[in-house]
Design a protein around this ligand. Sequence first.
Ligand SMILES: *Cc1c(COP(=O)(O)O)cnc(C)c1O
Length: 367
Amino acid sequence: MIPFLDLKSINNRYRSQLLEAVAKVIDSGSYIKGREVEEFEREFAAYCGTKRAVGVANGLDALRLILRAYIEQGVMNEGDEIIVPANTYIATILAVTENRLVPVLVEPALGTFNIDIDRIEEKLTNRTKAILIVHLYGRIAYAPRLKNLAQKHGLKIIEDAAQSHGAAFEGKRSGSLGDAAGFSFYPGKNLGALGDAGAVTTNDAQLAELVSALGNYGSREKYCNLYKGLNSRLDELQAAVLRVKLPYLDEENERRREIARVYLDGIRNPLIYLPQWNRGTSHVWHLFIVRCAKRDRLAAHLKEEGIGTLIHYPIPPHQQKAYAEWNANSYPVTEEIHQTVLSLPLDISMDDEDVARIVEACNRFQF
Ligand SMILES: *Cc1c(COP(=O)(O)O)cnc(C)c1O
C-alpha cells in the first residue's frame, strides 16, 4: 500500500536531530517565548526574505491576527470587504469572518486553481480593503498586475502562504510578495511541525509588533495589556522542531518537483487532466491535483491498486453549512473544481518505484 501521506516516515528522516532539539528545550526550562522561537523567527524571516517573522499558534491565527492588526491600526473596520478566492480552504475565509469583515469570493482560473486576477476588479467596492491571495497547492498566485490593481485601488495584498513555503515569484519567496503573509506549519504542510504552529511574515515592523502583542494577550510587557488580545503563540518545542527541518525545505521542495515532473511526463490518460505547470516558474507542489470527470471511480481504482488518494476539497466554502447565507450562490468554476479534483500522493518519502507504480496505475484507469 502506498499511503497518501506517510508523516511518520517523513519525520523519521530527522529523528535523531529532532530528539536532540526536544531534549535541548526540556533542559532549557523555558517553554514559551524563549530562545528557540526568537531564533526561528529570525531564520524564517531570512528564508522568506522579509524583515520580520512572528511565530503564532497556527495558520488560521496567522491570518486572523494580520486582519486584526489592520483593524487595530484603523486600516480596516467591521464590515469592510476582503477579496478571497472562492475555492480556498475554509481557514482563509474563517480568518475574515472571525474579524467581522466580509469575504468577497472571486472565482479561480481552472488551469491554475488560483484566483482569477481578471475577475477581481468587477468585485471591488468602496469598502474593499484587501486582496487575500492563496498560493493554493504550492503555486504562486501573485502577479505584477495584481500589485498594480492593489496600488490603483489602495488595497493591501495579504498572502495565505499555508501551502507555499519556499515557492517564489521571480526570486522573491512567498511570504514576501504582499504586505503581510500567514503561514501554517501543520504537520502535513511543506514545512511541518509536530503539532500546530504558524507564523506571520512582513516587512512592516509596526505590523509585526502588533501581531506579536495581539497573540500574547495584547501585551508587550507582562501584565500590561494594550489590546484585547488572544493567546496565540508558537511554543519552544515546535520552534525547535521547525529549526531542525527548515534547512531541508529547499531539498524537500526539489524532491516534490521531481515527483511532479514524473507524473506530468508519465501520466498519459485522456480521462485524467493534469495540472498546468510552466516549468520556468517556481511551484512547490504542496499537493498534486488531477481532475477527472469520474473522480470517485478514479479514487476507487487507485485504492484497488493499493494507492491512497484524498480530495482537496470535497465541498466548496459557499456550499458549507457554516456559510448557509451563501448556499444559494453559484460559482461554476469553483464547483467544477470541487467535483472533479483528486490528490495523488506527493510524499517526499516515496521512492522512484512508488512514483512509477502510481503513474502506471493512472494510465490503466478506464471508465
Ligand atoms: C492549512 C491551511 C490553513 C490553516 O492552517 P492551520 O495551521 O491548520 O490553522 C490556512 N489556509 C490554507 C490554504 C491552508 O492550507
